[in-house]
Ligand binder design. Sequence first.
Ligand code: SME
Length: 156
Amino acid sequence: MNSDLLERQLASLLDTRDWLTNASQTVAFIQQQYADFNWVGFYLQRVENTLVLGPFQGLPACNPIPFDRGVCGAAARTRQTQRVADVHAVAGHIACDPASRAELVVPIVIEDRLWGVLDIDSPTPGRFSAADQAQIEGLCERFIAACDFGASAHGF
Ligand code: SME
């Protein structure tokens, strides 16, 4: 899939500055564009050092997630994308859905504050390539650029 085209499609979909609307549109867009994803969603740091479930597509999910737990917590703590080929091999992984096998979690950092993470699950081990990671990170950049975060980026 062409990254430039995908990014342009997402940017045209995000035609408001409202982060909640844009977050909802972004997860729906990603779920629609990629094959073999069973969960796509944002967790938001709305409590200090804790991720709270935000807009998502998929089954009801675990909430809340402290920064010291799971793959999402690792992404929040380190502010590094976590790309896991097989979550069953990761100690501390939080199994919201036992069908999920591969996971990609991208931290969303606004003005040096961890705003949240974008979490994607797939039932296929090894589903996420380095190219997928780069493409999803690019879409996250488009999401960030499209939004006014206001107080939500700085307070809890
Ligand atoms: N597996 C994640 C928890 C969130 S769900 O996948 C939706 C984790 O280990 O952080």
